[in-house]
Design a protein around this ligand. Structure first.
Ligand code: GLY
Length: 425
C-alpha cells in the first residue's frame, strides 16, 4: 500500500515511523514532512491545510491511505477532499473534527450527552463575559472558541487576569477569529492525563494512557507549550479508571457525534483532569497528541498501517490491541526561548549516536537541512523517545540519549515522567 502522511512535526514523524514498520507499506510520502520523515519516504512541498492539493497528489501518485496528523488539516477538510476522490483517509471529516476546532460545539455536546466536564458559559460579547467572570470568581479558565495553535486556553488565577484575558481574546483578537466566541469555565483541580481511543464511528478501543508535560519549566511551572515530554503507560489511570473513562466519556462522545450526523472516525483524544470527583474532560481533540504519539505508537505491537486502513474503511480490529510490556518516555529538546522567541539554524550534533542506541528514537519536530547538515527549525526541535522494562529505566535511557544531542541554546525539562514515578513508589 502507498501511504501519505500529512503534517511536519514530531507526531507526524512518529506516524511515519509506525507506518514504515508495516510490511504492507510500499511507498511513503509526506506533505510536507521533515528531515526525519525524509529518511523514511518522499517529502513533497504541500501545506497540510491545502486539502485539494493533498487530494490531487494522492490521486496522481496512487496513494491508498492518507494519514492526517494536525488539527489544522482536519479543520481544512483534508479527509473530506481525499475521500471525495475515493481514497481512504485515517482521521475525521471536517464536521466530525469540530469536536476540536470549536470549543463551543464540543462543550455543548458534552453538556447534552452528560459527559463530565467543568461548568461553562459561552459569550460573543465582552460585557456579559466580564459579568460571568465576576460571578464565578477565580481561578477561572477562558478559552478561545477556535483553533489557536494550542495557546487559546488561558488559566487565570485572579479576576483581573481573567479580565485581561477577555480583552486579549475578544477585543485585541490575540488569536484572530478563534476569539469571536469565548468559553468561560470553572477551574478544575487535579492532575491532567491524556487518553486516546481509536474509533470507527461506533466501536472504540482505548490506547495506553499517557501524560503530557505542557508547561515549559520543571515542576509544571511557567507558560504552556505544545508539550515538553510525555510518558506511557501512566499509572494514575489504572484499568478500572480506564474502563470508567471509556463508559462515561468516550462512548457517549462517539455516540453523540454519530447522533449529530457526524460520525467520528480516527483518534479521539480526551484531555482529562483527574479530579476528586473522578475524570472530567478538559477538551476533546480530533487527532493524536504531540508528544503523546511519540510514546504510544512505539509501544504498540499491532501493525499500525493495517489498523489505520481498517478504521478508514469503518472497521475496528476484531481482537484487542496488543502492547509491549515496556514503558516509554519522550523528552522534547527545544530551542532556548521557546515558547517565546528563539533563533533557528543551530547545527544539531549527536543524532548518529542515537541511531546506534537500542530502544531509542529521535523524532524530528523542528529541524531542517542546511548544506547537508541538520539544524534547528522550530521551538520543539526533537522528541527523544526511549523504551525500557519500566518507567524509571525509560526515563534514564531517554536522558542518556538527550545528553548526546547538542546544539546552541538547547533546552529541555529534566523531570519528564517524574509524576508517574511518584505514583509507583
Ligand atoms: N499534547 C498536547 C496536544 O497534542 O495538543
Amino acid at each position: 500500500m502507498n501511504v501519505l502522511v500529512v503534517g511536519k512535526g514530531g507526531r507526524e514523524h512518529t506516524l511515519a515511523w509506525a507506518l514504515r514498520r508495516s510490511p504492507l507499506v510500499e511507498n511513503m510520502y509526506a506533505a510536507p514532512g521533515n528531515p526525519g520523515i525524509a529518511a523514511l519516504g518522499t517529502c513533497v512541498s504541500i501545506a497540510p491545510e491545502d486539502a485539494d492539493g493533498i487530494a490531487r497528489f494522492a490521486r496522481d501518485n496512487g496513494v491508498d491511505l492518507v494519514v492526517v496528523g494536525p488539527d489544522g488539516a482536519l479543520e481544512a477538510g483534508v479527509v473530506d477532499a481525499v475521500e471525495s476522490l475515493g481514497i481512504r483517509a485515517f482521521g475525521p471529516t471536517r464536521a466530525a473534527a469540530e469536536i476540536e476546532w470549536s470549543k463551543v460545539f464540543s462543550k455543548e455536546m458534552m453538556r447534552e450527552e452528560g459527559i463530565p466536564t467543568a461548568a461553562f458559559a459561552v459569550f460573543s460579547e465582552l460585557e456579559p463575559a466580564r459579568a460571568y467572570v465576576n460571578e464565578l470568581g477565580a481561578p477561572i479558565v477562558v478559552k478561545a472558541d477556535g483553533l489557536a495553535a494550542g495557546k487559546g486556553v488561558l488559566v487565570c488565577h485572579s479576576v483581573e487576569e481573567a479580565m485581561r484575558a477577555l480583552d486579549d481574546v475578544m477585543t485585541d483578537r490575540l488569536f484572530g477569529d478563534a476569539g469571536q466566541n469565548v468559553v468561560i469555565e470553572a477551574f478544575m483541580e487535579g492532575e491532567e492525563a491524556s487518553v486516546f481511543a481509536i474509533t470507527d464511528g461506533e466501536g472504540v478501543m482505548t490506547l495506553v494512557p499517557s501524560q503530557d508535560h505542557k508547561p515549559i519549566y520543571e515542576g509544571d511551572t511557567g507558560p504552556n507549550t505544545g508539550g515538553m515530554g510525555a510518558y506511557a503507560p501512566a499509572p494514575l489511570i489504572d484499568d478500572s479508571t480506564l474502563r470508567d473513562i471509556r463508559h462515561r466519556i468516550i462512548e457517549p462522545a462517539v455516540r453523540g457525534m454519530k447522533k449529530r450526523g457526524r460520525p467520528f472516525r480516527g483518534v479521539l483524544y480526551c484531555g482529562l483532569m483527574m479530579t476528586s470527583e473522578g475524570p472530567m474532560v478538559v477538551e476533546f481533540n480530533s487527532r493524536f497528541g504531540d508528544p503523546e504519539a511519540q510514546v504510544i505508537l512505539p509501544l504498540m505491537e499491532d501493525d499500525f498501517a493495517e489498523l489505520a486502513y481498517g478504521i478508514s474503511e469503518g472497521r475496528l480490529p476484531s481482537r484487542p490491541l496488543s502492547w509491549k510490556r515496556k514503558a516509554a518516555t519522550c523528552v522534547v529538546v527545544a530551542s532556548g526561548g521557546y515558547p517565546g522567541s528563539y533563533e533557528d539554524g543551530k547545527e544539531i550534533h549527536g543524532l548518529e549516536a542515537l541511531d546506534a542506541m537500542d530502544d531509542v528514537i529521535a523524532f524530528h519536530a523542528g529541524t531542517a537541512m542546511q548544506d547537508g547538515r541538520p539544524v534547528t527549525h522550530g521551538g520543539r526541535v526533537l522528541g527523544v523517545t526511549a523504551l525500557a522494562d519500566d518507567l524509571r529505566g525509560s526515563i534514564d535511557r531517554a536522558y542518556e540519549a538527550v545528553d548526546r544531542i547538542r546544539f546552541d541554546n538547547r533546552y529541555f525539562r529534566g523531570d519528564i515522567g517524574e509524576k508517574g514515578l511518584r505514583r509507583i513508589v
